[in-house]
Ligand binder design. Structure first.
Ligand code: P6P
Length: 342
């Protein structure tokens, strides 16, 4: 079944663009609320432009001098890849100087970057998630979220950026894979665009994406079972029962790629807490919350194993959290297994 043919048995996976070629710029403008100033649409345009520039480098893979390590360890204690630094610089550059973005929070920077004291928006992002896969040509992605500042008459403070996912006004990702896609939501459904390199435009591929009625995959790194909290074994045992959904296991090691496949075909992605790392590996603000925002908009949900990821108020911009995002019933089951006997 083509991923563009809605699953007749389940919720609408989303039909193809109704007619003709629709660029992301046109879609944003045509679908923004009547009362909109257009500023948020322009911020998403800026992110799309950053995605085009980053894609121009990731496409060249081994042909670019940017592969390999930057020789720097980032605030996460992870060795930065040259492409991480490049992608972060591109995002910062594209989001600066237009009077739209006040603060940028990046996985690659220890502190928020204050761009403009009076601009209305805050952008949080992981400029190149999955970068450990760059050299092996596995799909990687940019994950982003956008907050609107309540008061732009004063310089930005922590209250402008240290916020729960419920406050997001937009979120999405750019997937650098066999094709380059931008998937986003502003709270009116999830919409996907594919970069046509020939014309340099993201073109609407399908709108109002929903998780299919029946899930097909679960994305867990089963090699980590010995390190996981006990409830995860209960979930894996549940998956293997004859009376539960017959899922295939797919784990790419790149959250954006795993999430995207599960959005199309149904499933759940998880990065659990571990015995010596109870908060897991993924970060709440610019990985877990944006993916949970998209999941909810697509009929699914995101949890840390006991509560909605979108309800968690961060204490630190780089705060880690266990992440389970995707099909609602699978996330609910994960919570039941993790909280059973808790
Ligand atoms: P592991 C990539 O580094 C990342 O942040 C996510 O994209 C991915 O899901 C996860 O880490 C993979 O981590 O420990 O399985 O290699």
């Amino acid at each position: 079944m083509s991923t563009f043919d809605p699953d007749p048995g389940g919720p609408d996976v989303g039909g193809r663009a109704a007619e003709g070629i629709v660029t992301i710029e046109r879609f944003l403008t045509d679908n923004q609320p009547e009362t909109a100033t257009g500023e948020l649409s322009r911020v998403l345009d800026d992110i799309a432009m950053a995605g085009k520039v980053i894609a121009s480098r990731t496409r060249r893979g081994g042909l670019t001098e940017l592969l390999g390590k930057a020789g720097v360890v980032n605030v996460q204690g992870e060795e930065q890849k040259l492409m991480d630094v490049y992608a972060d610089d591109v995002m910062t550059s594209m989001l600066s100087g237009h009077g739209r973005v006040s603060v940028i929070v990046s996985e690659e920077r220890p502190e928020p970057v204050i761009i403009d004291d009076s601009a209305p928006y805050v952008v949080v992002h992981d400029p190149l998630d999955g970068s450990s896969n760059i050299d092996s040509n596995v799909s990687i992605g940019t994950i982003f979220g956008v907050f609107r500042r309540e008061d732009t008459t004063k310089p930005p403070t922590e209250a402008d950026w240290l916020r729960p996912g419920r406050d997001l006004v937009a979120a999405g990702y750019i997937l650098y894979g066999t094709s380059t896609m931008m998937v986003y939501s502003t709270g009116q459904g999830v919409h996907a665009f594919t970069l046509d390199h020939a014309v340099g435009e993201f073109l609407l591929t399908w709108s109002n994406c929903h998780f299919p009625a029946e899930p097909a995959y679960y994305s867990l790194n089963l090699a980590s079972i010995p390190q996981w909290e006990a409830g995860m074994s209960r979930f894996v045992d549940w998956l293997n029962r004859p009376d539960t959904p017959n899922l295939s296991q797919r784990y790419i090691g790149s959250a954006v790629a795993d999430f995207h496949r599960n959005l199309l075909h149904g499933g759940v992605f998880g990065y659990p807490g571990e015995v010596d790392r109870p908060q897991g590996k993924l970060r709440l603000m610019y990985e877990g919350a944006p993916l949970a925002y998209l999941a909810e908009q697509a009929g699914g949900r995101g949890s840390d194993g006991s509560r909605d990821l979108l309800d968690i108020s961060p204490n630190d911009i780089h705060q880690r959290t266990p992440v389970f995002v995707g099909d609602t019933r699978l996330v609910d089951q994960l919570e039941a297994c993790l909280t059973e006997g808790a």
